[in-house]
Design a protein around this ligand. Structure first.
Ligand SMILES: [Zn+2]
Length: 332
């Protein structure tokens, strides 16, 4: 299975791209399909749900960390193209990989009737606490249940999901089956030809990302899964700018909060009232300070990268949208 292209299925045209990576005792090799130009890591074996829940990622986990703790106040920038490109503003919407439900919240406000699926139970609970409909499940399990229940959706979305898959065409076909006639598929993947002045992104290594998409590869994959009218657009200012706002926003907020706490602590104490351990407090402050400094230090590089994207036109994100043919009968 690992010798076949996950996009076109070719097995004879696979060649090494000349890069390897070791993680968790597994040695991965980067491959390129000579038939469809897909670039992917082998072995194509996805980690289980604990990988996403544990956050024990060998990379900066601030993106996931934020999703777990407070959620995004704003719609992440890579999800914004949906509201620019999608002509629909109502109907049943299924968001695969919904995380803490930020997109669900915006979709509901826009007029959709959204439900989300994610196998990260902590994120799903966070979505549910916001009053959103979200299910903690693998996509396969959800597809099976939805098929049995005869559910149909007008829109299926998958933002930053496809690049994690070992069977991306299978996932697209699963989404295809759940869409009604003329139903719309939309989502994003990282653009492998994005502006990368500092070499390859740590996010792009397995078992985090398995698939490296270009616009052509993505378009071909969408039609292979049965979709029509595929449109893939390169989006400037990918989620990098969002991440930057994240990096800067949280330390500043924490600093302000600390200032407020500091003032209240100077007020007269009630005799006998318990107080937090001073050691624990100072250690947390040191950790906070280290985080703040490291985030601020990374900011100029992030700004340069975002500016480079704009100048070269090689945006970080590929937004895709495609339609299920209207007259197709539902396959069994
Ligand atoms: Zn291929």
């Amino acid at each position: 299975m690992s010798d076949r292209c996950p996009s076109c299925g070719a097995s004879s045209a696979i060649g090494e791209e000349g890069r390897s990576h070791e993680q968790g005792g597994v040695r991965y090799t980067l491959m390129r399909c000579g038939a469809c130009t897909m670039i992917f890591w082998t072995p194509l074996r996805m980690p289980d749900r604990h990988y996403y829940e544990s956050l024990e990622l060998d990379l900066d986990s601030s993106y996931y960390e934020t999703m777990h703790t407070e959620g995004y106040g704003e719609l992440p920038i890579h999800q914004k193209p949906f509201f620019r490109h999608c002509r629909l503003r109502q109907g049943q919407l299924l968001d695969l990989g919904c995380g803490d439900g930020t997109f669900l919240r915006f979709a509901r406000a826009a007029g959709f009737d959204p439900v989300g699926v994610d196998f990260d139970a902590a994120s799903v609970e966070s979505a549910q606490r916001q009053g959103l409909e979200a299910v903690s499940s693998s996509f396969d399990e959800y597809f099976q249940e939805a098929r049995q229940a005869g559910m149909r959706f007008d829109v299926v979305t998958m933002f930053e999901v496809l690049e994690h898959q070992c069977d991306p065409v299978g996932l697209l076909r699963g989404a295809f089956e759940l869409l009604g006639s003329d139903g719309l598929l939309a989502g994003t993947v990282p653009n492998r030809v994005r502006f990368k002045p500092f070499g390859i992104d740590r996010y792009d290594f397995p078992p985090h990302h398995f698939l490296w998409f270009s616009r052509d590869v993505l378009e071909a994959m969408l039609s292979r899964a049965g979709f029509m009218d595929a449109v893939v657009s390169v989006e400037l200012f990918g989620f990098r700018m969002d991440e930057l706002r994240n990096r800067l926003g949280r330390p500043v907020k924490a600093f302000v909060a600390r200032g407020v706490r500091g003032r209240s602590q100077r007020e007269p104490r009630v005799p006998g009232a318990s107080s937090a351990s001073p050691l624990r407090g100072s250690r947390a402050q040191v950790l906070d300070a280290i985080k703040t400094v490291s985030r601020l230090a990374a900011a100029p590089a992030k700004i340069a990268e975002a500016a480079g994207e704009r100048v070269t036109g090689r945006g970080a994100s590929l937004y895709f949208q495609a339609r299920k043919p209207g007259l197709a009968s539902i396959s069994h």
